[in-house]
Write a protein that binds this ligand. Structure first.
Ligand code: PHE
Length: 460
């Protein structure tokens, strides 16, 4: 049994990337998202700037890259999306694939709600200018709006669904080739602009200079959790993306580039956001930067508005950048969902996408109702919404469980050799020994630590 080639009943060819660069860009496009733009800077500001950046860097290039390699190799080895990837190797482990597949179905709807907020902000900057957006209460009154939140969520979803509908090569690849370079250029541009503002140097120093006294187990756990989310791990995306990669392309180089790209964008985001928030929030005097949406949707518009004549322009460029980051991540989520449906049903890609799209839209409307019609549901305590609950469920609970089971599956059940051989099919893999130790021992321990921490901090 097991590990024989998966059976293909497809009446059509499986999509393939046009090359390694397209694969790297797609992986990076999935990884670079709201997590880089708002979570990373917030965590870095909280945990001693350079100290956090350094820890994150070390973890990303050991633990993160190992899991990235595992997932992409698993996808390429089986040529299936995540459920099929597990069940084709060991029937009884199909449930891990199912669990992993559930994650993008949970994340996509609420990610698109936030995507809708970004779309709304961009539209408001364009139509009304910076003053209107910086008005007190703008954010709260918008997210509780019983009509326009749905409209903007739908606009955002339809944009992303449209790209996925054009296919892997004609849609996703092309969109990434346009959006990713622009995203970098805009982020660097805004970072430079922010750093030229009076007082920004102090904020940059706060971000960059390590404060060793802030080092703690809590910092490490938070860096780990951030890395997970940021690299889009443990939800089948990288398995699916790996399944579209040709056997001759190097996996080791590809995953190193994806992680590097992701880290670079996180670092630049910090340079752009921490100094901007530094003075506005009085970080030096012990003020804190909110990890939640208020940083991006309340603090920054206020900071921009203080910049005088350039405010509207800066706001537009900033929200285009955020929109691109959110779109490319949402596209990867929708693609993962679609390929799961397609591999599970053997429907055509088109039919799979339509059904997936409808399911995601309905789920999005439901979660969005948590801000208006269903605001009385407070799943995680007073003041929390459905969105918070699904975010907690997927990121803090399901992803660590999936990661743990994935490591156990590869490390102890099918054995690391299957993956190592897949990697060696197209690249030198001299670190295979270290990688094996990581997957069998270190990663499971780290992942359990994250899970326990997440649950305790949520409910304690
Ligand atoms: N990695 C993305 C980010 O940092 C988020 C994401 C999570 C994207 C899950 C896809 C899937 O924002």
């Amino acid at each position: 049994m097991a590990s024989n080639a998966p059976t293909h009943h497809h009446h059509h060819e499986r999509s393939v990337w046009s090359g390694k660069l397209a694969f790297i860009l797609a992986g990076a496009a999935s990884a670079v998202g709201l997590g880089n733009l708002w979570r990373f800077p917030t965590l870095a500001a909280k945990y001693g700037g350079g100290m956090f950046i350094f820890t994150y860097f070390v973890l990303a290039f050991t633990f993160g890259i190992s899991l990235l390699l595992l997932e992409t190799a698993l996808g390429r080895h089986t040529k299936l999306s995540v459920i099929g990837a597990f069940s084709s190797l060991r029937k009884r482990w199909k449930f891990v694939g199912v669990l992993a597949a559930a994650v993008p179905f949970i994340i996509t709807p609420y990610y698109c709600i936030i995507g809708g907020w970004v779309t709304k902000y961009l539209a408001s900057y364009v139509a009304q200018g910076a003053d209107a957006v910086a008005v007190d209460g703008f954010f709260t009154s918008f997210i509780t709006d019983p009509v326009f939140t749905y409209v903007f969520m739908l606009i955002f979803m339809l944009l992303c669904l449209g790209v996925v509908a054009l296919g892997v090569k004609n849609g996703i690849e092309k969109a990434n080739f346009v959006m990713m370079p622009l995203l970098i250029v805009f982020a660097v541009g805004i970072a430079i602009f922010v750093l030229m503002q009076p007082g920004a140097a102090e904020g940059a120093a706060y971000y960059l200079i390590p404060d060793f006294s802030k080092f703690s187990p809590e910092l490490v756990i938070n860096a780990l959790g951030q890395m997970f989310y940021s690299l889009s791990l443990a939800m089948g995306i990288m398995v699916t993306y790996g399944s579209y990669l040709d056997k001759k392309e190097s996996l080791t180089q590809s995953v190193a580039s994806i992680a590097g790209f992701d880290l670079l964008v996180s670092f630049i985001s910090g340079l752009m956001i921490v100094p901007a928030a530094f003075l506005a929030l009085g970080l030096a005097e012990g003020g804190t930067m909110s990890a939640g949406p208020s940083l991006m949707f309340v603090t920054l518009p206020a900071v921009f508005n203080g910049m005088g004549g350039a405010a509207t322009f800066v706001g537009i460029v900033f929200f285009v950048l955020v929109l691109f980051a959110a779109m490319t991540s949402a596209i990867s989520l929708i693609e993962a969902c679609t390929s799961i449906v397609q591999d599970g049903t053997h429907w055509s890609r088109k039919k799979s996408l339509i059904v997936t799209g409808i399911v995601l839209i309905v789920a999005g409307c439901f979660i969005n109702a948590g801000y208006n019609a269903l605001i009385w549901i407070e799943p995680l305590g007073p003041g929390t919404q459905l969105l918070d609950f699904f975010d907690f469920l997927s990121n803090s609970v399901m992803m660590p469980i999936v990661a743990l089971l994935t490591c156990v599956f590869v490390g102890w059940v099918i054995k690391p050799k299957v993956i190592i051989d897949e990697v060696r099919a197209s690249a030198k893999f001299s670190l295979a020994g270290a990688w094996t130790v990581m997957i069998k021992y270190i990663a499971p321990i780290l992942v359990v630590a994250i899970l326990v921490w997440n649950v305790i901090t949520q409910f304690a």
